[in-house]
Ligand binder design. Structure first.
Ligand code: PLP
Length: 296
């Protein structure tokens, strides 16, 4: 077995699918399951493994470079994977955390990541052709992975998540930030199945264009609901914070307010207004991300 196969063997795959029966208004008339991608691995959480698997499986990269913020689940997962696979990893981080590293950045330091702090202006160039080709010239052997791990190869990994679901279902819900997860889900659905993305940032129109760019041809089996971004990316109004706290005290698994919290908050509200036809079978994808909510 090579290092990749050893790492893959240590993951909980297929991830568990568990029934979810909250005492919320409207929940009694539908059936809900949670696809526990948060359980895949304590560090390589959820959809970030799905998105990285194909990029790294067939690619004996000597070096990997990627981009993210100071709490990025993607950089965290990738940092750990590169450490385990003995791949040199350079993380280009938005903002300067050198004086006050976040828990995520402390982990990166332990995993021998080369950390480059850049200002917002430089970070904005992360997808520009010129910037990327200069970066490639500086690191000729490196594989450059976009922010969030979101690239075409990510879709195949996400599709596996859907193919692991062995029960019949009508709707599947997941958070949407860069769109690759929803695009992967959508492209793996069968007839009469619908994907409902929950936008976790203010981006009506924009998030749809991100998802569409990954899809080889238009499919109309998906929608993005923009009612639950709660003010923007990582914005956590008191109602959402309270919801997540109560959830974590009473439910059999944990959520955080940036991604999964907004999805379950959306689910609760959609159930209460009778959004789903009675009898609908719903799968919620728990994409993980709990590391980003740590205090230490
Ligand atoms: C990155 C992330 C997402 C967003 O996925 P996209 O493919 O960027 O839309 C959702 N949930 C968690 C926990 C994440 O870390």
């Amino acid at each position: 077995m090579n290092a990749f196969e050893i790492l893959e063997k240590s993951l909980l795959l297929p991830s568990p699918l568990i029934p979810f029966c909250p005492s919320w208004d409207g929940a009694e008339s539908v059936s809900i399951w949670v696809k526990r991608d948060d359980m895949i691995h304590p560090v390589i959480s959820g959809n970030k493994w799905r998105k990285l698997a194909y990029a790294l499986r067939d690619n004996q990269a000597a070096e990997v470079i990627s981009f993210g913020g100071g709490f990025s689940n993607h950089i965290h997962a990738l940092g750990y994977v590169c450490y385990k696979l003995k791949i040199k990893f350079t993380a280009i981080i938005r903002g300067d955390y050198s004086a006050a590293p976040t828990p995520m950045i402390c982990d990166l330091m332990r995993w021998n990541t080369q950390i480059e702090y850049v200002n917002r202006i430089t970070y904005q160039k992360r997808n520009d052709e010129q910037y990327l080709s200069a970066l490639q010239t500086k690191h000729p052997l490196a594989t450059i992975i976009p922010e969030g791990g979101s690239q075409q190869a990510a879709l195949m990994g996400v599709q596996e998540l859907v193919h692991e679901i062995t029960i019949p279902f009508d709707a599947i819900m997941a958070p949407v930030a860069s769109g690759a997860t929803l695009a992967g889900i959508t492209s793996a659905l069968g007839e009469n199945q619908t994907a409902i993305g929950i936008g976790v940032l203010k981006g009506q129109g924009y998030l749809e264009s991100l998802v569409s760019q990954f899809l080889p041809h238009p499919i109309n089996n998906w929608v993005i609901n923009h009612n639950y971004h709660c003010g923007g990316y990582a914005k956590v109004p008191a109602t959402l914070a309270t919801f997540c706290e109560e959830f974590n005290q009473t439910m059999p698994f944990k959520i955080e307010p940036v991604y999964s919290g907004k999805v379950f908050w959306a689910l609760k509200n959609m159930l209460s207004v009778g959004f789903f036809e009675p009898g609908t079978k719903i799968v919620i994808v728990h994409t993980g991300g709990l590391q980003g909510a740590r205090d230490s």
